[in-house]
Design a protein around this ligand. Structure first.
Ligand SMILES: [Fe+2]
Length: 187
């Protein structure tokens, strides 16, 4: 007997149910993580047009489902593409559909003399297909890097719409900069 394929529609229905009466980002991400791990194993969970980068761009970002309490997006990292240390201002769960990506997690000490933050590396993990990673308050600053020569496809779930959200990023020396993500490629 084969288990029914877990679809994006099923995942969205589960997210709707899981976030309805649960305010805790820790509880939500803990419950969403195994579901996303299941979803990313379905190679066609994300429509084909949202699994590739727009021509000439190093990264693709597509909104798959926007809801008041969560949104589901696909992110495609071109070969060598990186995102420096940044935060999210919401909970998140990230899963790898195809290929690999390196994630570096940081502890950030802010409010130091001189106005710079101090970033200490907590972990560096190479995620492979099926891997999921949770972002929760107090542990949601990371950097990403596709170290391979082909595209990496991920599904990202967040508690808020990141487009236009005021976030932070940091240079290697701890200099803080504003980060505001643009609209998604498809909307
Ligand atoms: Fe991120």
């Amino acid at each position: 007997m084969t288990m029914a394929t877990y679809t994006l529609e099923g995942f969205i229905a589960d997210l709707d149910r899981l976030t309805r009466d649960e305010p805790s980002p820790h509880v939500i991400t803990e419950r969403v993580a195994p579901l996303l791990a299941r979803l990313v194993k379905n190679p066609v969970a994300v429509p084909a047009e949202f699994r590739r980068r727009p021509p000439g761009q190093r990264r693709g970002r597509y909104m798959l489902h926007r809801a008041p309490r969560f949104n589901v997006t696909s992110v495609i990292w071109g070969p060598g593409e990186t995102a420096g240390a940044h935060n999210h201002e919401t909970w998140g769960v990230i899963g790898v559909v195809d290929n690999e990506i390196d994630e570096t997690r940081y502890h950030v000490a802010e409010g130091l003399p001189g106005g710079k933050a101090r970033l200490a590396v907590k972990t560096v993990v190479r995620h492979t297909p099926g891997a999921v990673s949770c972002l929760v308050p107090g542990d949601e600053v990371h950097a990403m890097h596709n170290p391979t020569d082909r595209d990496t496809v991920e599904i990202h779930v967040y508690g808020r719409d990141l487009a236009g959200l005021r976030r932070k990023m940091w240079d290697a020396d701890g200099t803080e900069k504003p980060l505001i993500s643009p609209k998604y490629t498809n909307c």
